[in-house]
Ligand binder design. Structure first.
Ligand SMILES: OC[C@H]1O[C@H](O[C@H]2O[C@H](CO)[C@@H](O)[C@H](O)[C@H]2O)[C@H](O)[C@@H](O)[C@@H]1O
Length: 540
């Protein structure tokens, strides 16, 4: 609360130089020397210098041993500028790789960093530790970079964390222990298995995947009755009613003036927002009249059944069934297939809107859907979480008319300018990738072409910013022609793990067609949008 640093996270990432009891006692003594325990900043600074070390001391120098300079995918990138850029992105894995010192394992009481047995690849900037859902796109990039052993180690770290905590924490710090993030571990295993075909590895990690699945079903699910049937779906809901340590003063200040009970409720909802990965967004606002509107104080994440979380769970159930089948466990495969069919029924009953042709978050407050545009409305398309392929066609039509494609530098996170980072004008790499992947897998030339156009647009945004700033950012501005995003509670970060992973995947997938030349992209998007109309005119 003394605001000694620009970012609250800096303090909670520092290492202690003495045992915790010694530091606590010394702090109590220092506080008692000043009226109302109001220690001046200069004294606090001295105290920090004695009892803490700057963050970053928990790592040793490490270069991934499986890194080599010429992975095959580079030759698939025909534009020479993009190929050189892809080489540079591939090199960035060396600067984002970290090995945690043994001292963290031997003296965990001195560190907020959580020890993991294998090296990690971090997002970058203030994010000095592993992050759960970021790691999915990082891992896909590593696999393209032929860094299979680093990828294997990252999955084994998550298995270790599940065995230790019963869940995959949000990130590799003790202050993240009780909240998770979008559950992408089974998808990481899928990507790894597709590349290696390693059945022994599948057998080794499957129990942890099932433990994690049970965590979500036992601690983050809810039954909702609809039209005489009961459906079980998932939500984000963190049982911690304190300010987030990494954003302590932000959370305390936001809750000022509320009753003690309302403060606790707000902090629970903020932690749940962080668990969603979308921290923060107008998507989680529910005002006093029950509408999807308000301010950050109206965050009510746990009162929403999110379309993307349930889509991910759908994919996970399908994957768990398929992993069991590969390993010859037919009974277990059937069990997860039943869970999948129940999930699809629940998603279609509560989230699918036949009139609008898309899936929407379901509010438990009003028992209605929130109808604003968010890229997450397309997540069930990406997860193929539907019973009728016609729904996918309708969803493509929804997307084209949603307003989400009207911007020249990516699909925005919402159409609402709230000043939060998961809102307009920011576009985030994982969301771009999910939309592009969803469209590109459909059996429709129009959807595939739209996927390509969005990929071309996104790669150009990344590339223009890279030329201007010599950096990759965690998010971009949909209006900026290569401008990093902004808003939220911390400065935009560079590095950046998932951005590099997504760029490498798109450069690999569309490498023969992508071009760094200055085409007018919004024009191309327009053509992709009006293509079905032209086609129907010519056909008739
Ligand atoms: O310190 C504020 C929040 O920072 C993280 O969230 C953001 O960065 C993560 C790493 O790239 C990303 O996974 C998340 O989607 C971003 O919103 C952290 O995950 C939050 O828990 C934390 O409160």
């Amino acid at each position: 609360m003394a605001k000694l640093f620009d970012d609250d996270k800096y303090f909670v990432d520092m290492k202690l130089t003495r045992a915790p009891e010694v530091v606590v006692e010394a702090f109590a003594k220092l506080s008692s020397e000043f009226p109302n325990k109001d220690v001046p900043s200069s004294e606090l600074q001295k105290f920090l210098q004695t009892y803490f070390e700057e963050p970053g001391k928990e790592f040793e120098q490490w270069t991934p041993p499986d890194w080599h300079s010429k992975p095959k995918f580079l030759s698939r990138v025909s534009d020479s500028k993009y190929r050189s850029w892809a080489e540079e992105l591939h090199s960035l894995w060396k600067s984002l790789g970290r090995k945690i010192r043994d001292d963290v394992r031997d003296h965990p009481e001195l560190y907020s960093q959580v020890y993991t047995p294998h090296p990690v690849v971090v997002p970058g900037g203030r994010f000095r530790e592993l992050y759960y859902w970021d790691s999915y796109w990082i891992l896909n990039g590593l696999l393209l970079s032929e860094m299979t052993e680093t990828a294997r180690g990252m999955i084994l770290n998550f298995v270790y964390l599940v065995e230790r905590y019963g869940l995959v924490p949000n990130g590799g710090r003790v202050y993240y222990e009780r909240r998770s993030q979008p559950p992408f571990l089974p998808l990481m295993v899928e990507s790894f298995y597709e590349v290696t075909g390693d059945k022994d590895f599948l057998r080794q990690v499957l129990p942890a995947l099932e433990t994690e699945y049970s965590f979500w079903m036992q601690n983050r699910s809810l039954s909702v009755a609809m039209s005489g049937l009961t459906h079980i779906l998932n939500r984000y809901n963190v049982p911690v009613d304190m300010p987030r340590p990494e954003s302590y003063s932000d959370d305390v200040e936001l809750a000022e003036g509320l009753s003690a009970e309302a403060q606790k409720k707000l902090w629970t909802e903020l932690a749940s927002g962080a668990e969603s990965g979308w921290d923060f967004s107008s998507r989680w606002y529910i005002d006093s009249t029950g509408r999807n509107s308000g301010t950050l104080r109206d965050t009510k994440t746990s009162s929403i059944l999110p379309a993307d979380l349930n889509a991910i769970m759908c994919r996970n159930e399908r994957l768990l069934a398929s992993f069991h089948r590969i390993l010859g466990n037919e009974e277990k495969a059937v069990e997860y297939e039943k869970a999948l069919s129940a999930r699809i029924k629940g998603v279609e009953s509560l989230l699918w809107d036949a009139e609008r042709g898309a899936w929407f978050d379901f509010s438990l407050v009003k028992e209605t859907r929130h109808l604003s545009f968010y890229p997450s409305n397309l997540a069930p398309l990406w997860a193929q979480c539907y019973s009728n392929p016609e729904m996918a066609n309708q969803a493509v039509q929804y997307l084209t008319g949603s307003g989400g494609l009207d911007y020249p530098n990516g699909v925005p996170t919402s159409l609402s300018k709230s000043e939060q980072q998961w809102d307009m004008p920011n576009a985030w790499p994982p969301l771009q990738h999910m939309i592009i992947e969803g469209l590109s897998r459909l059996d429709s030339a129009h959807a595939k072409e739209l996927a390509f156009r969005l990929a071309q647009q996104w790669i150009q945004t990344n590339w223009r910013a890279y030329i201007k700033y010599e950096a990759m950012f965690e998010k971009y501005d949909v209006n900026g022609d290569g401008k990093p995003g902004g808003g939220g509670e911390y400065e935009v970060q560079l590095g950046f793990g998932w951005t590099n992973g997504v760029a490498l995947q798109l450069l690999n997938q569309y490498g023969d067609r992508l071009s760094s030349g200055g085409s007018v992209l919004s024009g191309s998007i327009l053509i992709a949008l009006i293509y079905p109309i032209l086609k129907s005119l010519f056909c008739s």
